[in-house]
Write a protein that binds this ligand. Structure first.
Ligand code: AMP
Length: 620
């Protein structure tokens, strides 16, 4: 079967195509559909506020209640992935979709799943597994909005870190759709509080992310427990071998759809990197902002904690900053994006997850304060600038040890990333003078005062000139000085940043994942039974003890996945993990808020309590 896809958003479409990357070595049967579509990264995110006709969806044969709900959320036309996936899923076929967030993939699976529901069956019919609680909530919200007019349909989200009993209660009330993170879903299944005997469909959302977070064993366990007759849908941004294996093992003759996302015209984005030891990153950031910042800026940080540290430091230096991380509720997130769009705030500090699909035209500069996890994340991050035909700047911060990842990022970006220096005093001073000149010119051309206010200001000028007997130029100078609000106009001296660096700590204290890997490898070769943790944690990390060890068959991936999910930390920012016979140690970034620590204490991994505790210095 082939499908011809009519793009309605200016997307470039190759349909039908047989060159989908995941199709060549798959075992799709003759009836398998393979579709490859090239689109810009963020499609279909412009929502209309007023209800419109969801006419583009009518030909799928959805019930009027679903079409009305789509009109309410402002979807007029299906996005390319929806166009390709919905007919296949309505037929009950398995499907492998290679697509990222921002393509409309949630509706691509949620709408046909809703259309095929039996509202009279109160036990779960659709289970969606998602890597993080944020995504689980997002997917559950999407189901709720599409099912807003289907009165007997209920969706429940189950994820770690939330009250277990409350979830049991929700499940008991009956729900046709359950969205959850793998660990918590497994716990409910084991306890008999999630009955999947009537399940019709399983969706694995962001499967590669679940693999990366160490959940893949859990996902397979869930797959093994499902009824034989069921539809399985797998969405993944990338197709690592392990994900391909899962799709070959558990899916039957799946339709295959690939949405190839292109960077938002990387040609228009000037990409540079600077090398800076970890302890100097904040100073370097302030200097870069002083000399390069202008319009909107997005700063990408690895963890929630780092977004806060960076924002606080910038605020202390007089910048207006907004933060987007997994802790920011959806409504506030939308307000923040509006403030950024309207120019009420110029600087946004965000984690990758929070900034997915962010589409703001006035972003002139993207700063990768922390190196992105991989090439794909890099391309996605820098694609937040250079939008709507504008040019953009992207600056990547690398610690000396991270320099070795540069080649990989350049390959992903498809062009070299040029080196730059941390701006020195002379550059910053020149920029300050230029900006002052621009502000003065701007103030001359466009006043923010009312006529009455201007008349009052003019009166003050005349009065002071008379009293002091001074020339207009002297007055203007005094007014300009006032605008500096007591801050020095220029940085003094010529001690540029390279001097600071030269006198800074000689050792790069940045963490070294490969180093950790080698350490773990050595440990494993020694039988993995070291009873003393090797070496202290890095300076910006704190060491924790958890009561799970070899004896419990815990693997680093289990701990990374569970902790990342609970804390919202990116897996990469979880430091060294050392596994011993009866316990393990985990290094986590310093400054964990108390409530996060409390929720970690209640966390269960492999159905056992983690019992996390802080290690004192003497314990190390
Ligand atoms: P997703 O890739 O599922 O995370 O969706 C990205 C964004 O696009 C979400 O804000 C959706 O609400 C929105 N969206 C999905 N499909 C459509 C559509 N057909 N028209 C307009 N917006 C859409």
């Amino acid at each position: 079967m082939t499908s011809l896809i009519e793009p309605n958003d200016g997307a470039v479409v190759n349909g039908p195509a047989v060159d989908a990357p995941c199709a060549s070595d798959s075992n799709a049967s003759d009836t398998g559909t393979r579709t490859a579509i090239d689109i810009e990264t963020a499609v279909a995110t412009e929502l209309e506020t007023a209800p419109v006709e969801a006419s583009g969806f009518a030909h799928f044969g959805f019930a009027p209640e679903i079409l009305e709900a789509l009109a309410t959320v402002g979807y007029r036309e299906p996005s390319p992935i929806q166009q390709a996936a919905i007919p296949e899923l309505l037929l009950g076929r398995d499907l492998v979709g290679q697509a990222q967030t921002g393509t409309g993939k949630t509706a691509a699976f949620a709408l046909p799943m809703l259309a095929r529901l039996d509202p009279d069956q109160r036990t779960p019919q659709v289970l969606v597994l998602a890597p993080t609680r944020e995504l689980a909530l997002q997917v559950a919200d999407a189901f709720n909005s599409y099912a807003a007019r289907l009165s007997r349909v209920r969706t429940v989200a189950v994820y770690g870190g939330a009250d277990f009993r409350d979830q049991i209660h929700q499940l008991k009330r009956g729900a046709q759709i359950v969205v959850g993170t793998p660990g918590r879903v497994m716990d409910h299944m084991r306890q008999g509080t999630l009955d999947l005997s009537g399940l019709r469909a399983l969706v694995l959302d962001e499967a590669d992310e679940m693999l990366r977070m160490g959940f893949i064993d859990d996902v397979e366990w869930v797959l093994e427990q499902l009824p034989e007759q069921r539809q399985v849908v797998l969405f993944s941004a990338t197709m690592p071998a392990e994900i391909r294996r899962i799709s070959q093992q558990y899916l039957s003759s799946p339709a295959e759809i690939t949405i190839r996302t292109k960077a938002a015209d990387a040609g228009r984005i000037r990409q540079r990197y600077l090398t800076v030891p970890a302890p100097h990153k904040l100073t370097a950031l302030e200097r870069v902002l002083e000399s390069e910042g202008g319009e909107g800026v997005i700063i990408f940080a690895r963890t929630k904690a780092i977004t806060l540290t960076v924002a606080e430091s910038l605020e202390a230096h007089g910048y207006d900053v907004a933060v987007l991380n997994g802790d920011v509720p959806q409504a506030q997130r939308e307000r923040t994006i509006e403030r950024l769009k309207s120019g009420q705030v110029d600087i946004l500090v965000a984690t990758d997850v929070a900034a997915r699909g962010l589409d703001v035209d006035r972003i002139g500069l993207v700063i990768n304060y922390d190196i992105p996890f991989d090439g794909e994340a890099y391309v996605h991050r820098i694609g937040r600038t250079g939008r709507a035909g504008r040019s953009g700047e992207a600056i990547l911060f690398l610690t000396p040890r991270e320099r070795r990842f540069l080649g990989g990022l350049e390959r992903a970006a498809g062009k070299p990333i040029e080196p730059m220096e941390v701006p020195d005093n002379a550059t910053i001073n020149q920029h300050r003078l230029d900006r002052l000149r621009q502000r003065l010119t701007g103030a001359l051309q466009q006043s923010h005062c009312s006529d009455a206010e201007r008349a009052l200001l003019s009166e003050i000028l005349q009065r002071v000139a008379q009293e002091q007997g001074c020339a207009p130029e002297q007055l203007a100078l005094a007014a300009l000085e006032l605008s500096l609000a007591g801050k020095p106009l220029l940085l003094q001296g010529n001690d540029d940043f390279s001097t600071v660096r030269a006198h800074g700590p000689g050792r790069d204290r940045d963490r070294d994942r490969d180093g950790q890997g080698r350490e773990r490898g050595r440990q494993l070769r020694r039988g993995g039974r070291e009873e003393r943790p090797q070496g202290p944690p890095e300076d910006d990390m704190e060491r924790f003890r958890v009561e799970l060890g070899w004896r419990d068959r815990v693997k680093p991936g289990n701990l990374v996945g569970a902790i990342a999910n609970e804390t919202g930390l990116d897996g990469r920012s979880i430091g060294r993990i050392q596994i011993f016979d009866t316990h393990s140690t985990v290094d986590l970034p310093k400054g964990m808020p108390e409530e996060v620590f409390t929720s970690l204490r209640e966390l269960r991994v492999l159905s056992k309590p983690l019992q996390i505790s802080r290690l004192r210095n003497t314990d190390r």
